[in-house]
Design a protein. Structure first.
Length: 384
């Protein structure tokens, strides 16, 4: 192992240790702090995004992040929600996507940027539930809308990835048909397992024995990790977006084994304690701070910020039928932090030469500023 790799390992280790403390100090999620620290270390040449080992671990971290996103989605809970809540949530998402397309066409935005505008991720929303309480009405609605929105966003990510990998219309249609068949098969498997576990509930204990039993102490973790890698292999063989497979693996665990709370804690602790931060540090290392004051990048960044906040605030009026207007605004800003999916789309686009490097930097910068602005606005709205 050369000196450069040793230095990089030490630097990354220090970020892993210090970022939670800096997070508490600045009252921000750890992700933006890790990205910023990664950028600073890259400027001094301590770490480099061109390091193949660094890239591999970061990529696994990204897939694991998508798996953790799936753990937030319990399909059974969604189907139990009152119909009028689902309808209003759907209106919010439809209005937001329509406004995103209109805004993109009016300002002649790149197609990649248009796709990024209405993305929703509930990863950072979890930090809000810890801070303000998961029983708050606006938090509950935000999780409902966010869960549906994240599923739509992950599908959009998968379709976009398929689009970037093909050259002709026929290839794209074939790819989308394959994706559709895959989704149908996943739905059929969901119905099969739902019926199986309903008739034979003890089968759950066979797959995931109690942690109190010595033989079953780590079986839940092994099953979860096994399913995670099996879905990744399946998606690679089908030439579909691997992140979607990781997400589905998480959804399966959350839907059928939601009673295993300790499993979710194990998976989350391992992910956010090691793999996921390395992904964010890698993103920071790929972001050149020297270009942060470039006029074109700043212009695109502020345009993205304005558009992403605007379409959510306007769409939030559809939620005023199920909550008060102030809480509808809180939901809009709570769903304005799709940092992980923004970075995912931008990463896929830049790797396949579908986006200009200046737009890539603008997306990364906008994703960071969006978290900071949304957090501040939410604090102000809650205090009123």
């Amino acid at each position: 192992m050369n000196d450069a790799n040793i230095g990089a390992i030490l630097a990354i280790s220090l970020i892993l240790v210090l970022s939670p403390h800096l997070s508490r100090l600045f009252k921000l999620p750890t992700a933006p702090i890790e990205i910023l620290l990664g950028s600073i270390l890259a400027v001094f040449g301590i770490i480099s995004s061109s390091n193949e080992d660094f890239f591999l671990i970061a990529h696994v971290g990204f897939l694991y992040l998508m798996f953790l996103a799936g753990l937030e989605v319990n399909l059974k809970n969604i189907f139990k929600v009152p119909t009028h809540y689902l309808i209003q949530s759907s209106y919010f998402l439809i209005i937001m996507w329509i406004l995103a397309v209109i805004f993109g066409l009016v300002f002649s935005l790149d197609s990649v940027l248009i796709i990024i505008l209405p993305l929703i991720s509930i990863g950072i929303l979890a930090t809000l539930s810890k801070e303000y309480g998961k029983d708050e009405h606006w938090i509950k609605i935000a999780f409902l809308v966010g869960t549906i929105g994240e599923i739509v966003s992950i599908i959009a990510l998968t379709v976009f990835e398929a689009y970037t990998m093909v050259e002709g219309v026929e290839e794209l249609v074939a790819k989308l048909l394959l994706l559709l068949v895959f989704l149908v098969v996943i739905w059929l498997l969901y119905m099969v397992f739902k019926t199986l576990f309903w008739w034979y509930p003890e089968f759950k204990s066979v797959l995931m024995p109690s942690s109190k039993v010595e033989d079953g102490k780590y079986q839940d973790l092994r099953l979860a990790m096994g399913l995670f890698f099996i879905m990744i292999v399946i998606m690679i063989k089908l030439h579909l977006e691997v992140a979607f497979g990781a997400f589905i693996a998480g959804v399966f665990i959350a839907t059928f084994f939601h009673h295993k709370k300790e499993l979710e804690e194990k998976m989350t602790s391992f992910g956010f304690g090691f793999l996921v931060p390395i992904f964010f540090i890698y993103i920071g290392a790929s972001f050149d701070l020297g270009n942060i004051l470039d006029p074109d990048i700043l212009q695109t960044t502020f345009m993205l910020l304005f558009a992403m906040f605007s379409i959510r605030v306007l769409a939030a009026f559809s939620l005023s039928f199920i909550t008060e207007k102030r809480q509808a605004l809180l939901i809009a800003f709570a769903l304005s932090m799709p940092l992980t999916l923004m970075i995912a789309i931008a990463t896929i686009a830049i790797e396949n030469h579908r986006i200009h490097i200046s737009d890539y930097y603008a997306v990364i910068l906008a994703s960071l500023l969006e978290v900071i602005i949304a957090m501040i606005v939410i604090k102000l709205l809650v205090k009123k």
